[in-house]
Design a protein. Structure first.
Length: 375
C-alpha cells in the first residue's frame, strides 16, 4: 500500500517536472519569438528612418533614439570616424561628457576590442567605483558594452551602450545586441552615399545655383514634402553655336541671364539647379504636369525673346576689343533657344532615374527641337 502511494507520488513529481520543463521551454520560445518580433519592428523603424527626407546626421540620431526607446537602453552613443577625426553622430548623454566618449579608441581595453572586432563589456562592483574610461564623472554610468563598427572589414567607429547600474548587462542577450549592431552598420553603409552627395554639393560659378548633387540631398527633402511633383529639365540648344560664332564670354552671359529670369519667375518653394552644362532642372514641388504647361510656355517665350549681348564694359573687362573690332564678331545680340522635357515624380521613387530619363530625351532629340514635351 505504502509502496503504491510512493510510486504514485514519484510519478506525479516526475510529471510535474516534465510539465515545468515543457512550460519553461514554451516560455523561452515565446520570449525568443517576442524578441524576434521586436527586432523586426526595429528593423522596420530603421528602414523608415533611412527613407525619410532628412540629412544623414538626422537619420543617425533618429536610429539612436529608436534603440533607446525599443530596447530601453539608458545611454546610447554612436561615434563615427570621418577620415580625419572621431565625431559623435548620435548620443543621449550630456554634451559635457562627449569629449571622453569620442576618445574611447585610445583606451587600452577598447583598443583590443577594435583590433579583434569583438565587443567589450565593463562594469563596476559598487556605486563608489567608476568605469576605467571615465575621467571626472562618477554617478552616470556603472556598466557599459563597447561595439566596434566595421563596413566591409574597414573600421569606421563604435557604438557604446551604458547603464547607471553595476552589472546591469550581466545577463543581457548579446546575440540581440549583435543584431542591433549589425543593423546600425547596415544603416551607416546605406546612407554613406547620401553623405558623400551632401559633402560635394557646390554652387555654380556663373549662376550661383546649386549643382545636380543638391537634388539628391536637401533638394529631395523639399520635393518629398509632397506625394507628387513635376520635374522639368530644359536645355539651351544653341549655346555651342553662341560660343563658337561669338565668344564663350557671351555664352556664359546667356547662361546667367536665363538663370536670373527663371529665378525671378518661380516660387521659392520650387527647386532650381544647374544640372550640367547647358541643362537646368526645375522641380515643381507638389504640382502635377497639367498645371505647369501654361507657365512653362510663358517662361520659354520670355527667355527666347530676350536679346542678350556683351556690354562695352564687359568687352573691355574680358579683353575682347580686338576680336570685336576686326569684324569676326559683332555686337549683335543673341537669343537663346530652349528645349523642355517634363515628367511626374512620385515621392519614394528614384529621382535619379527620372532625371536620367529627361536627360536622355533632351540629348537624343533632333538638333533644332524647341518644344515642351511631357514624357
Amino acid at each position: 500500500m505504502i509502496i503504491g502511494v510512493v510510486v504514485i507520488l514519484v510519478i506525479i513529481v516526475i510529471s510535474l517536472i516534465v510539465y515545468n520543463i515543457s512550460i519553461h521551454k514554451k516560455i523561452q520560445k515565446f520570449k525568443n519569438m517576442n524578441q524576434k518580433i521586436t527586432n523586426l519592428y526595429v528593423v522596420q523603424d530603421f528602414l523608415n528612418a533611412i527613407g525619410e527626407t532628412s540629412t544623414v546626421d538626422e537619420k543617425i540620431k533618429k536610429i539612436n533614439n529608436i534603440l533607446i526607446e525599443k530596447y530601453e537602453i539608458k545611454y546610447s552613443t554612436i561615434v563615427v570616424f570621418d577620415g580625419a577625426e572621431y565625431q559623435i553622430k548620435a548620443s543621449n548623454v550630456d554634451k559635457k561628457h562627449w569629449t571622453t566618449l569620442k576618445e574611447l579608441q585610445n583606451v587600452d581595453m577598447f583598443k583590443e576590442s577594435i583590433e579583434k572586432a569583438t565587443p567589450k563589456y565593463v562594469t563596476v562592483n559598487n556605486e563608489s567605483e567608476r568605469l576605467p574610461y571615465q575621467q571626472m564623472e562618477f554617478g552616470r554610468a556603472k556598466s557599459a558594452i563597447f561595439f566596434p563598427l566595421y563596413i566591409d572589414n574597414v573600421y569606421i567607429g563604435y557604438w557604446i551602450i551604458e547603464s547607471g547600474t553595476p552589472h546591469d548587462f550581466d545577463n543581457v542577450d548579446t546575440t540581440v545586441l549583435e543584431v542591433i549592431k549589425d543593423n546600425i552598420v547596415s544603416v551607416l553603409k546605406t546612407i554613406v552615399h547620401q553623405k558623400t552627395l551632401e559633402s560635394i554639393v557646390r554652387k555654380d560659378l556663373f549662376t550661383g545655383l546649386y549643382s545636380e548633387e543638391y537634388l539628391y540631398g536637401e533638394g529631395k527633402k523639399i520635393i518629398d514634402q509632397y506625394t507628387i511633383s513635376t520635374i522639368c529639365m530644359f536645355k539651351i540648344i544653341n549655346i555651342q553655336q553662341i560660343n563658337n560664332n561669338y565668344t564663350r564670354e557671351l555664352g556664359n552671359k546667356v547662361i546667367t541671364k536665363i538663370s536670373d529670369i527663371v529665378k525671378e519667375n518661380i516660387s521659392a518653394d520650387y527647386v532650381f539647379v544647374r544640372y550640367m552644362g547647358p541643362k537646368f532642372v526645375i522641380a515643381f514641388s507638389g504640382v502635377d504636369t497639367n498645371s505647369v504647361g501654361s507657365f512653362l510656355n510663358d517662361l520659354k517665350d520670355k527667355i527666347e525673346n530676350t536679346n542678350i549681348k556683351l556690354s562695352e564694359e564687359e568687352i573691355t573687362k574680358f579683353g575682347l576689343e580686338n576680336k570685336f573690332s576686326n569684324g569676326n564678331v559683332t555686337l549683335q545680340a543673341v537669343r537663346p533657344i530652349l528645349n523642355f522635357a517634363i515628367t511626374s515624380y512620385y515621392k519614394g521613387t528614384g529621382l535619379e532615374e527620372v532625371l536620367k530619363k529627361l536627360e536622355e530625351y533632351l540629348d537624343s532629340a533632333i538638333e533644332n527641337e524647341s518644344d515642351i514635351t511631357n514624357i
